[in-house]
Design a protein around this ligand. Structure first.
Ligand SMILES: Cc1cc2nc3c(=O)[nH]c(=O)nc-3n(C[C@H](O)[C@H](O)[C@H](O)COP(=O)(O)OP(=O)(O)OC[C@H]3O[C@@H](n4cnc5c(N)ncnc54)[C@H](O)[C@@H]3O)c2cc1C
Ligand code: SF4
Ligand code: SF4
Length: 662
């Protein structure tokens, strides 16, 4: 690590960006440039319309070279947006990139003080003065480089995880695909047809599942969960727990004799509880791998120590009650998270009667019902009397776009209902089908056309939330709703009500804690930047895709999975990764070995070491994120934060105070 201070006299260049009118519309950039030119150490100051543009960056490079500048201050937008760009510019002009300082005069001045031009300009002066004063103490820093393992862990075996795994495996990387259920497939495997093209979901998904299971570079770890993750980008050390199937995968030929003889029947979760399965089961006929699993929660032998009928009838001697959980240790360079979604629990909307009225079902239950491999073999039947319904209502936004549940739009439910309404009409063109909506959001390619087609088939759409669903003795359902176009309240009777349940994140709290990932306020995993880094997380080397990141349809899920795979592959292909040198550094002479910093560090980057008989803390430069918590905790001031030293921070504060007091 080279962090020697510069020996030659400081010559700072200050470059002020207009950001078109984003900054210059509020901040007086000419006055700011003039003010900056008089600050200590400043050799040159100027302003330019778009500094991030090619000529803007050229302006910085030319001036550094021609005027012999050795520090650069850029006053522009948030460093989160463009610090990297300007660091590159500074590097290209021959300086160490950490001799750049950014003052954020867009978000912190022009945007928040839009109608206070004078005050915004004064604040911009204070921020630029702070950046200049810090710049006087800035030192060159060198990033660390570490070697990268050419393998990836993908967590979640839905369409997102499968796509990301295939993309990475095709590029020659070793992929470990971890799925907590006994089969790959996720929710897409539960769908019948997919909007807007109406292709059969399993016809497009099954070949991908099979390809993933046969790919020489993919190792499937189904019925498994990630237990711990150590290490860092380029070299994550992962422990995966393989749950016992109590059936030996290598022997089971999926003949199904065991399940035929098993006396236990339980609701089948894959069919959303509408059908049944045995205690020894495969989740669905196209499961991958096609191997039986014993569910210990319902198996008579596991619960009561009796039965073992499956073992007796299995011709392959595949049943193995002695199987134990097995821990698998992996070393991977990157991790892709594709843990998907769960449907919103509609029983929380008491007014719609889900869970109380038999003929109120959810849209995922409808998918299973309408599927030829589902519990009713594709017939749409009322659960109460198993008669085909003549009048079907779809209720939108159940658990979405609602301050009392989730504020966000679940993005897929409008199209899912349009598709399902078509499926009702397809089976019985004379049926009455109504979609009650808040807004119909048909945003994708071919989606609006599909809505038009379905309306042409006679499906009615009514704008207005249904206030209440009531059931009569025959199981029929009376809906009270306001048509918000007409401004009138109506009551209408239906035979079946389908609730378009919103999407909520899967329960990934344990995984999130292990990986130290952040979530957005709605609970989905947060990306590093919604526009510029949509599949990266705040942890280097960890990527997120599919509905784990937010509600989305299959085309967007697949596109995002490929994007995550491509980001991971860009990292792995380089072979080495560079790590920010803005980290904590311990002054051994001051450290008393109290260990408070070890407890404080959220990233487990500090440990105590015994050196010459004394305890001393030591920072792992690769794990350290430079957050500064340890520095603030240390009672003896032994921890210095590179690039944010006490001296640097104090000089910023002093500069702000002296500018404000002027
Ligand atoms: C009723 C309904 C109808 C729909 N119809 C359509 C349609 O017609 N067209 C369309 O484009 N989209 C449709 N969708 C949306 C579609 O289901 C999703 O876009 C797609 O399934 C998202 O895939 P995914 O891989 O992100 O998530 P998922 O399918 O949820 O897969 C996530 C996987 O991760 C696993 N997992 C979760 N946590 C862990 C963990 N900790 N460790 C290991 N594994 C884990 C899960 O078991 C699951 O297998 C519909 C959705 C619904 C609800
Ligand atoms: S540097 Fe930032 S503030 Fe300036 S033009 Fe570019 S985006 Fe706008
Ligand atoms: S031992 Fe368990 S899984 Fe096997 S047949 Fe009996 S109940 Fe079913």
């Amino acid at each position: 690590m080279k962090d020697e201070p510069l020996k030659e006299p400081v010559r700072i260049g200050v470059f002020i960006c207009h950001c078109g009118s984003n900054i210059a519309g509020t901040v007086n950039v000419e006055a700011l440039a003039e003010f900056s030119g008089k600050l200590p150490g400043v050799e040159f100051s100027t302003h330019y319309v778009y500094l991030c543009s090619d000529p803007g960056q050229g302006l910085i490079k030319d001036n550094v070279k021609q005027r012999g500048l050795n520090r650069v201050v850029v006053a522009a937008c948030s460093p989160r947006m463009h610090e990297e760009t300007f660091r590159r510019t500074v590097k290209e002009s021959g300086l160490n990139p950490y001799l750049l300082e950014v003052a954020n005069i867009r978000e912190q001045c022009s945007w928040v003080h839009m109608n206070q031009k004078e005050a915004a300009t004064e604040k911009a002066k204070a921020l630029v003065a702070a950046a200049v004063m810090k710049s006087l103490h800035n030192e060159p820093l060198e990033p660390l480089t570490i070697e990268v393992e050419k393998s990836v862990l993908v967590v979640g075996g839905g369409v997102a995880g499968i796509q990301a795994s295939l993309d990475l495996a095709d590029q020659g990387f070793k992929v470990y695909l971890v799925e907590k259920q006994p089969s790959l497939g996720g929710h897409m495997a539960q769908l019948d047809k997919t909007f807007p093209t109406l292709d059969c979901s399993s016809c497009i998904l099954t070949p991908k599942m099979v390809e993933a299971s046969r790919h020489e570079n993919i190792e499937l770890l189904v019925y498994s969960e990630v237990k711990s993750v150590g290490g860092n980008v380029g070299g994550f050390e992962v422990t995966v727990l393989r749950k016992p199937r109590f059936v030996r995968e290598e022997l089971c030929r999926a003949c199904g004799l065991c399940a035929e003889k098993c006396p236990v029947r339980v609701p089948n979760e894959f069919d959303m509880g509408l059908g049944e399965r045995k205690a020894i089961y495969i989740p669905f006929p196209q499961a991958v791998p096609l191997k039986y699993t014993i569910d210990p929660e319902h198996c008579l032998y596991h619960q009561k120590g009796v039965c073992r009928v499956c073992e007796k009838f299995c011709p392959e001697k595949a049943v193995d009650f002695d199987q134990k959980p097995v821990e698998v240790k992996l070393k991977v360079g990157a991790i892709v998270i594709a843990t998907g979604y769960e449907p919103y629990d509609c029983s929380q909307k008491y007014e719609y009667g889900y869970g109380r009225y038999k003929n109120v079902i959810t849209n995922l239950e409808f998918e299973r019902m309408v599927s030829a491999s589902g519990p009713t073999y594709g017939q749409i039947l009322r659960p109460s009397d198993r008669k085909p319904p003549r009048r079907v209502a779809f209720l939108q936004c159940v658990g979405s776009r609602d301050v009392n549940s989730n504020k966000y739009c679940s993005r897929i439910c409008c199209m899912a209902s349009v598709k399902q309404a078509h499926q009702v009409k397809e089976k019985d063109p004379s049926s009455d089908v109504v979609i009650f909506y808040t807004d119909l959001r048909c945003f994708g390619k071919g989606y609006e056309e599909f809505l038009e087609r379905v309306q042409g088939e006679g499906v009615k759409v009514v704008r207005g939330r249904v206030a209440e669903v009531l059931e009569d003795v025959s199981g029929n359902l009376r809906l009270r709703y306001e048509n918000t176009y007409l401004g009138e309240v109506f009551e209408e009777e239906f035979d079946l009500v389908v609730l378009a349940a919103g999407l909520i994140p899967s329960d990934v709290e344990e995984l999130r804690t292990i990986l130290k990932l952040s979530t957005t306020p709605d609970g989905f995993l947060a990306e590093a930047h919604p526009k510029l880094r949509p599949v990266e997380t705040f942890t280097d080397g960890i990527y997120v895709c599919g509905t784990a990141q937010g509600p989305k349809d299959i085309p967007d899920t697949v596109a995002q999975a490929s994007a995550a795979a491509s980001r991971a592959s860009a990292l792995l292909s380089k072979g080495v990764v560079t790590v920010e040198p803005i980290t904590a550094e311990v002054d051994e002479d001051r450290c008393g070995g109290c260990g408070l910093c070890v407890q404080a560090c959220f990233f487990n980057a500090i440990e105590l070491e015994v050196r010459e008989g004394m305890k001393r803390s030591k920072v792992n430069q690769v794990l350290c994120k430079g957050c500064g918590v340890c520095g603030a905790t240390c009672p003896s001031g032994a921890i210095k934060m590179r690039h944010f030293t006490d001296e640097q921070l104090k000089s910023e504060v002093e500069a702000i105070l002296s500018t404000v007091r002027r």
